[in-house]
Design a protein around this ligand. Structure first.
Ligand SMILES: Nc1ncnc2c1ncn2[C@@H]1O[C@H](COP(=O)(O)OP(=O)(O)O)[C@@H](O)[C@H]1O
Ligand SMILES: O=P(O)(O)OC[C@H]1O[C@](O)(COP(=O)(O)O)[C@@H](O)[C@@H]1O
Ligand SMILES: [Mg+2]
Length: 488
């Protein structure tokens, strides 16, 4: 096996095109660290489990659909407890921080990090960092024990508070060093994981024995590589309530139109899955699929047709859809550098009203529902709670085993450790040339809004992404799409 390692990537190559995109380990820059037997060996709950520890060579393939001659491809290190750990229980001083927007399940992850550290590894010193990254240097810390976090998973939000902006790497690492923290658990989205990557680099530069572990959080499901993000399932479920309300309103009045705006700044996963889950939606608009209003094949024409057929209709629009059509682009950013968007729900509602008022032949009744913050402020559902538990426990096992600079994530149904740059290098988006979007189009029977030019551009973009994922000589099987958040 050939190993090449730089500060960016640790790549290990094997036979038949096997590639392990490995995560850093404390021993990469601190040689001769002592090891200790994993305390789980004497934990009564796990004592009956055969082969409880993950084999050191276990890895998980990124691609599970393969052809007879295809190379084995990219793999990630399998998450889970190791025989040996690099921290003694009473040596560990852990901290947890939540950053970026809210998402159902944040409290569950906090709870399970604290309980995992304490129950599995006997760790007692765990600090909560108040208010996101800037909390490291400008806010108080909160001591966390299993008792303090016992029922927080039943509450929405994050008990630690969160923020955007405020990432000052050297101040953060100074604070970690001054407080004697040696395990840092960072829960957040793409921006947060970029921040975690630079914190890790600075820690490595200073030669500190500090493990940095990320837990990916995004309600929009826009983080690549992983099967789905926690909170997504809950969000899709909660969106049904808004869609149902829109449907009831629309159905109860002549030519009723219900418009629901759902989250999705750059990726339309929530809108797509909420639409597919509901079956009451007549048209779903997402950022990845440009649309137009006027003329042949446009949205207005479709609305008129559907109203004539059914007497009512429901439109779901993701917040990032159609931004290019809004006359004034905001051209502003939030404290983290995310683009601020115009309210496309209000805009499209007004445009539809104006269009039909001007036409005078079809008087419509439009009701607009924006459930955005109601959706992301709820606690996670049971399925997301289990998922949060696995993510948190995997992160704890990884840090205890000396891995660092990794994000814990589900890949093809298995928990893995993924290098930060794999998570941050691109965004996960709905691929409109994949089967899932076709399923949606066929379920709503809405126009695709695609002219031949747009279609060929979408195909080209998908092909370049496929090459990135597979290497040049591996043709992608259509049946494997990365945009299906597995619930297994
Ligand atoms: N490129 C970056 N480098 C360092 N920190 C970043 C970067 N991008 C965002 N951050 C920090 O990550 C935190 C959360 O980012 P944000 O984009 O608001 O949310 P999310 O993590 O959910 O994407 C903020 O404190 C922000 O300052
Ligand atoms: O109003 P805020 O707090 O800036 O957050 C709004 C944004 O956060 C999101 O909910 C998604 O954030 P994450 O993907 O980081 O979870 C977007 O859909 C939305 O644009
Ligand atoms: Mg983000």
């Amino acid at each position: 096996m050939a190993v090449s390692s730089d500060t960016q990537m640790k790549i290990i190559k094997g036979d038949y095109g096997y590639v392990l995109e490995d995560v850093p380990h404390l021993t990469d820059y601190i040689p001769d660290l002592p090891t200790y037997p994993n305390p789980l060996r004497s934990n009564p709950a796990y004592s009956v489990v055969k082969q409880y520890f993950v084999h050191v060579d276990d890895t998980v393939p990124q691609k599970i659909v393969v052809h007879k001659d295809s190379p084995r491809g990219i793999h990630f290190r399998r998450a889970g407890p190791r025989q040996k750990v690099y921290f003694e229980s009473d040596e560990v001083h852990a901290c947890i921080v939540t950053c970026g927007g809210l998402c159902p399940g944040l409290n569950t992850v906090i709870r399970e990090l604290v309980c995992g550290l304490n129950h599995m590894y006997g760790v007692t010193r765990i600090l909560g960092i108040d208010g996101g990254y800037r909390g490291f240097y400008s806010r108080n810390t909160v001591p966390l024990t299993p008792k303090v976090v016992n029922d927080i998973h039943k509450r929405g939000g994050t008990i630690l508070g969160t923020s955007r902006g405020g990432h000052d790497t050297s101040k953060i690492v100074d604070s970690i060093q001054d407080r004697g923290i040696n395990q840092v658990y960072i829960i957040g989205g793409d921006g947060t994981q970029k921040g975690a990557a630079v914190i890790f680099e600075e820690i490595r530069r200073r030669g500190l024995k500090v493990a940095v572990a990320g837990i990916p959080k995004t309600i929009d499901n826009d983080i690549p590589v992983i099967d789905r993000s926690f909170g997504f399932d809950t969000a899709v479920e909660e969106a049904q309530r808004a869609i149902n309300a829109a449907h009831v309103e629309a159905e109860s009045i002549e030519n009723g139109i219900g418009v629901v705006k759902l989250m999705g700044r750059y990726s339309g996963f929530i809108a797509m899955y909420a639409t597919l889950g509901s079956r009451d939606v007549d048209c779903c608009l997402i950022p990845e699929s440009p649309f137009y209003l006027e003329g042949n094949g446009g949205l207005f024409e479709f609305i008129e047709k559907r109203l004539k057929e059914n007497g009512h209709m429901v439109i779901v629009i993701a917040e990032g859809a159609g931004q290019e059509l809004l006359s004034e682009s905001l051209n502003q950013q939030d404290a983290s550098g995310n683009k601020l968007l115009q309210d496309v729900g209000l805009w499209i509602s007004q445009r539809i009203k104006d269009h039909f008022a001007k036409q005078q032949k079809l008087p419509i009744n439009l009701k607009y529902i924006d459930p955005t913050y109601m959706i992301r402020a709820i606690p996670s559902n049971a399925s997301d709670n289990v998922y949060c538990t696995l993510l948190a426990q995997s992160a704890v096992h990884g840090a205890m085993a000396g891995y660092t600079g990794f994000t814990s994530g589900l890949v093809n149904g298995r928990q893995t450790y993924i290098p930060f740059n794999r998570i941050t290098e691109r965004q996960n988006k709905v691929v409109i040339t994949d089967r899932m979007w076709a399923r949606l189009l066929s379920s709503t029977n809405q126009p695709s809004f695609l002219n031949p030019k747009a279609l060929s551009e979408a195909k080209k973009e998908e092909e370049s992404h496929t090459q990135l994922l597979d290497g040049e000589n591996f043709k992608k099987d259509e049946s494997e799409t990365k945009d299906i958040p597995s619930l297994t």
